[in-house]
Design a protein around this ligand. Structure first.
Ligand SMILES: [Zn+2]
Length: 173
């Protein structure tokens, strides 16, 4: 079981530059967080509640939506990759991000097939497709059909449940 140790180290190495708007995901408190392990997790909400910062828990596990233009990534256009802030599952490359103007970070395609799951969501009087992390089942946002080519999709995500790792600053192993 070397992985948790490596993750703890890489987290420590990168935590110095996390700004105050960070989701505060703390890998030392989150034994499930891994950017390399794609094994499906079955963790109860009671357990996540102990691990996740409140604002992450509310979106990820209670399907809340952050305010438009309030999140930390809606304007981000640096090269890198976006990971699930709950479990570390890789979700999007920055090359799939586009300026949607909607106030949430938006992407036109996932980093790999199977990274996310899609479920019909008829709550709030709308007919939408909910997007959840395929590894930890956390709510990430919704997907719409008004995105740019080549996919025509718009993955409308909550910043708070994403972890952005810039290419240049990515920890080397
Ligand atoms: Zn996840």
């Amino acid at each position: 079981m070397l992985l948790p140790l490596l993750l703890a180290l890489s987290c420590t190495a990168s935590s110095g530059k996390v700004d105050e708007a960070s989701s505060g995901t703390d890998a030392s408190k989150n034994p499930y967080y891994s950017r390399t392990d794609t094994t499906k997790l079955t963790v109860s909400n009671a357990e996540w509640k102990k691990i996740l910062p409140d604002e992450v828990y509310e979106v990820a596990r209670e399907k809340e939506t952050e305010w438009a233009f309030s999140g930390k990534y809606y304007k981000t256009d640096e090269p890198g990759a976006y990971y699930c802030a709950v479990c570390g599952n890789a979700l999007f490359k920055s090359t799939a991000k586009f300026a949607s103007g909607c106030g949430w970070p938006s992407f036109f395609e996932p980093i790999r097939k199977g990274a996310m799951d899609y479920t019909e969501d008829r709550t709030h009087g709308m007919d939408r497709i909910e997007v959840t992390c395929a590894r930890c089942d956390s709510h990430l946002g919704h997907i719409f059909d008004d995105g740019p080519p080549p996919t025509g999709k718009r993955y409308c995500m909550n910043s708070i449940v994403l972890d952005f790792v810039p290419d240049a600053g990515a920890p080397k192993r």
